[in-house]
Design a protein around this ligand. Structure first.
Ligand code: FAD
Length: 391
């Protein structure tokens, strides 16, 4: 087995390295992934190269191809997942097959990679954190987005999950909205996003650990529902819907309510810079934005409030949609995911029902920060989040 990390540090660096490797390959295997431009790039790649390109449908616990139509709500996909869950959780053999790779093949692969010039092949196994920081500093990226403390990779993912099993699963059913202490949820979304841990593994191990850690059946069930129903509903939406991240994809009742309320005066307007720098007049919203910028994640409950509140502060629903995607996908470690689309479009009415008829909200479910203290320890959350700084 041979693994090589190739860094395209600058925009103008060679971008055809995969094409050259594909010219020597029998097959290229990748993920079937609907967002972040991956699906389009994979399709173009498949048309360009001469070998087989296989996109594996393995991001969700139940393969997305099982559900051939768009699912309209959690209640429609939930029973379908439940029926298949035990079957898809059958463990697969651990460990990759060991295929010896000769030194001459390694050298020739290195030559193929280097042939375009300008790419950096990194010896990750021997690099220190300082080496990595130096390489990142030289990359042509937006350096205003700072590094976060949370480490990446499958070892870190497993450690985070082990900690959650010991301290979080036990109260998940009742404490997952408690953003104040930050330990009520798994914080696995960045690892799931990058494939550092598999959702099937998470569910299998949570089931196996439940009794030993003293979690109730309700705790386990609530956690499994988040990892399966909500995650897979988002994935299904992105796979099965054209223009999945556009307002035009939202249901008819949302279109009608938006048309009726698009010109309602907004109670407050902020520009994008003020939002980005968390300088609004709302302490809780600022804390959520600060958590996003400094930790690359927002706890789910403040995240809903964060998104919904942007609707009140922007000139139109379209501007709210654009700015939510901009902020979420720029700073969130779990951004550009099908769940990013699901979460943001949910703020705009997806999978929901009409909720009365209020100014600006129209029939959209209203959520406001000044009522949040009934749901979680707002001051505890603000204090916890304000303690975090960019590295
Ligand atoms: C405006 C907005 C934007 C969002 N953007 C993202 C995003 O960019 N990436 C992302 O992964 N999630 C996003 N979500 C969904 C949700 O907030 C996160 O998945 C969750 O907070 C991750 O924290 P956790 O891993 O501790 O979750 P836990 O409660 O521990 O749940 C375990 C896993 O279940 C899945 N899950 C949990 N809640 C949801 C949900 N509501 N929808 C879909 N899957 C869920 C996630 O994969 C999560 O890691 C967004 C929600 C909103 C309202």
């Amino acid at each position: 087995l041979h693994y090589q990390f190739v860094l395209r540090a600058r925009r103008d660096d060679d971008r055809r390295v995969l094409d050259r490797l594909a010219a020597r390959a029998y097959a290229v295997i990748t993920d079937l992934y609907p967002t972040a431009g991956v699906r389009e790039r994979t399709e173009r790649f498949g048309e360009r190269v001469n070998c087989r390109v296989l996109a594996v449908d393995s991001v969700c616990t139940v393969p997305s191809g099982t559900f051939t139509k768009p699912e309209f709500a959690a209640r429609t996909i939930r029973p379908k997942i439940a029926k298949l869950l035990d079957q898809v959780l059958e463990p697969v053999a651990e460990g990759m097959p060991r295929v010896p790779v000769s030194e001459s093949l390694r050298a020739s692969l290195r030559d193929t990679v280097a042939a375009g010039g300008g790419l950096t092949v990194l010896p990750l196994a021997t690099m220190t954190d300082d080496d990595i920081a130096r390489v990142v500093a030289a990359c042509e990226i937006d350096h205003l987005v700072g590094a976060v403390a949370q480490p990446g990779g499958s070892v870190a993912a497993q450690a985070r999950f082990a900690q959650f099993l010991q301290h979080g699963l036990t109260h998940y059913d009742t404490q997952r909205n408690e953003a104040g202490n930050g330990e009520g949820t798994s914080r696995l979304s960045p690892y799931l996003h990058y494939g550092h841990i598999a959702s099937a593994r998470v569910i299998r191990e949570a089931r196996a650990a439940r009794e030993a850690v003293g979690a109730s059946a309700a705790d386990l069930e609530a956690f499994v529902q988040q990892v399966t129903t909500w995650r897979e509903l988002s994935y299904n939406w992105c796979v099965r819907t054209r223009h999945f991240d556009q307002l035009s994809a939202l249901p008819d009742w949302v279109q009608r309510t938006m048309a009726e309320h698009v010109n309602d005066p907004r109670p407050q307007r902020y520009d994008l810079e003020t939002l980005e720098e968390a300088r609004t007049g709302d302490r809780l919203w600022n804390a959520a934005q600060h958590e996003l910028v400094t930790q690359g994640i927002i706890h789910n409950y403040p995240r809903m409030l964060w998104g919904k509140t942007i609707l009140l502060w922007t000139e139109s629903y379209e501007q709210a949609r654009t700015w939510m995607f901009h902020l979420n996908d720029k700073y969130a470690l779990d951004g550009r995911d099908p769940n990013s689309v699901g979460g943001i479009m949910w703020c705009l009415g997806l999978w929901d029902r009409p909720w009365g008829n209020k100014p600006v909200w129209g029939g959209l479910r209203p959520m406001v920060t000044h009522r949040a203290k009934m749901k979680f320890d707002v001051e505890g959350y603000i204090a916890r989040v304000r303690g975090s700084r960019l590295l």
